[in-house]
Design a protein around this ligand. Sequence first.
Ligand SMILES: [Zn+2]
Length: 274
Amino acid sequence: MEDQETGCGRALIKVLAVLIGLCVVVGIWGAVGKLDGLLPRALPTFPTAAPFTPWPTPAVAATFDFPLLPAGSYGPYVQGVTGPLAVDTRYGTQNPAQGDRANCFRDGDGGAVPFSRLYHAGVDLFARDGSGGIAWGEATHAPVHAVATGVVVFVLDAGQEGQVVGIEHRLADGSAVYSVYWHVSHVPVQAGQPVTLGQMIAVVHDMGLNSHLHWEMRTFRDGSDLFPAGTAGARGTCNRQVAGVGYTWDDDPTRAHPDYYGYLDPSLFVEGRR
Ligand SMILES: [Zn+2]
């Protein structure tokens, strides 16, 4: 009996020691993260949600606008335009600079399809500096606005990548489109809540120099079963992810581009509806 209690005590002390160790590591990690020369802008004032009836039919969205405002102060990284890196974060692009890092797609032999071959399914918006280049890290905590009137359909946690918010918008012809916002945090809205054009639904998550909004417009609500059986996405772990995976790919080039799956070019879509 005494031995058991001592054993329990030792086990408890070990657990506590591990927890304290973890706290120290996380604390140091956090401190180092703050030392990269960035002082994120102060968080904006968050509106208190007015009482609402959950899951109303979304009001028709007649007008759209960009999620980061003023729109001219944010934009994608484009190789040769905003800098020398072999990176292009516009919609529907591939990024050779991403190298062999793997995502969830698997080729016919089960091998990981390298990140460099995947097509970007959204546009990554970074803060711009006065001369049109990228102001690395400056987008941190920028308010993210609903691109149109609609209803929030999901708010998901993506760990270190921040949160993901999805909004359904009903169009005049009765069809629906969905706006999706990745790498955000401090989300003051919840699933089922109606939102209006321009309403603040999050801020850009602090990812240090890489802080940006990955923004998608698409014709489907979630990407949980996006890739057909027997294709590169279904062979890997791409399906079963409600928010989607941010990229598309297939062995057959005619089915590789985001257009094939119902993604839309977000900037083009909004430009024509402002
Ligand atoms: Zn992206």
